[in-house]
Design a protein around this ligand. Structure first.
Ligand SMILES: Cc1cc2nc3c(=O)[nH]c(=O)nc-3n(C[C@H](O)[C@H](O)[C@H](O)COP(=O)(O)O)c2cc1C
Length: 203
């Protein structure tokens, strides 16, 4: 079957996208608005780009309910900074609760009972309960429209990586201790270390 995504209603196209790109890592993004109010939300259209400079990106879509820009994007446009907090399984429920559409003045840290940790190099606080924090300054935002179904690519430069000492071993992060989770389609999530296998990289 061949499907022309441009011929689909955006929600149908979205279902194909999230069913194809699986599993997806989750960026739990903390930001502040122009008044210093904190915001926290998960984004699974997320990946790394390169190591030197260390660049990452994630993609907030236009809000499907009212066609508005998500608070995370508005805050990054206003302040040029954000933190990507890496979510372990222990924080899955609180992460999911931060996807509720709260008004911009609601602080999701307080709503879901997570603790603010002062970041080293940027103003938005990190999530203390997360074991890895990527503190970022904005490099570029590429917008693909303002209609529902559209979105933006937010590219950030990581200016500080903070790793919980308990997970940091010989310059690497212990994945088993991190217990990362990934998002699948619909309501489904996966445990990244539940069923792993190794492949030798051939020369
Ligand atoms: C696991 C998970 C992954 C998500 N990934 C995305 C994403 O990649 N892009 C997006 O626009 N929304 C995504 N969402 C929905 C946002 O988190 C949600 O719209 C949230 O309310 C945005 O918050 P904000 O307006 O405070 O930025 C995701 C939700 C969950 C639970």
């Amino acid at each position: 079957m061949n499907i022309d995504p441009a011929a689909l209603e955006w929600r149908e196209a979205y279902k194909l996208l999230i069913g194809s790109i699986v599993p997806r890592p989750i960026a739990f993004v903390s930001t502040v608005d122009g008044h210093g109010r904190c915001n926290l939300a998960p984004f699974s259209f997320f990946t790394g780009i390169c190591a030197e400079p260390m660049m990452v990106c994630f993609a907030p879509m236009i809000r499907g309910t009212d066609g508005a820009k998500k608070d995370t994007l508005a805050n990054i446009e206003a302040t040029q900074q954000f933190v990507i907090n890496i979510v372990g399984e222990k924080l899955a429920e609180q992460m999911n609760d931060c996807a509720i559409e709260y008004p911009p003045d609601v602080d999701e840290f307080e709503q879901v009972g997570l603790t603010k940790r002062k970041s080293e190099c940027v103003d938005p606080p990190s999530v203390l309960e997360c074991d890895v924090h990527l503190e970022c300054t904005l490099h570029q935002i590429i917008s693909f429209g303002e209609q529902p179904g559209a979105g933006s690519l937010v590219i950030g430069q990581v200016v500080c990586v903070h790793v919980n000492d308990a997970l940091y071993e010989n310059g690497k992060i212990n994945t088993a201790k991190l217990q990362p989770i990934g998002r699948l389609a619909g309501q489904a999530f996966t445990r990244a270390v539940a069923d792993t296998f190794e492949l030798e990289r051939k020369k």
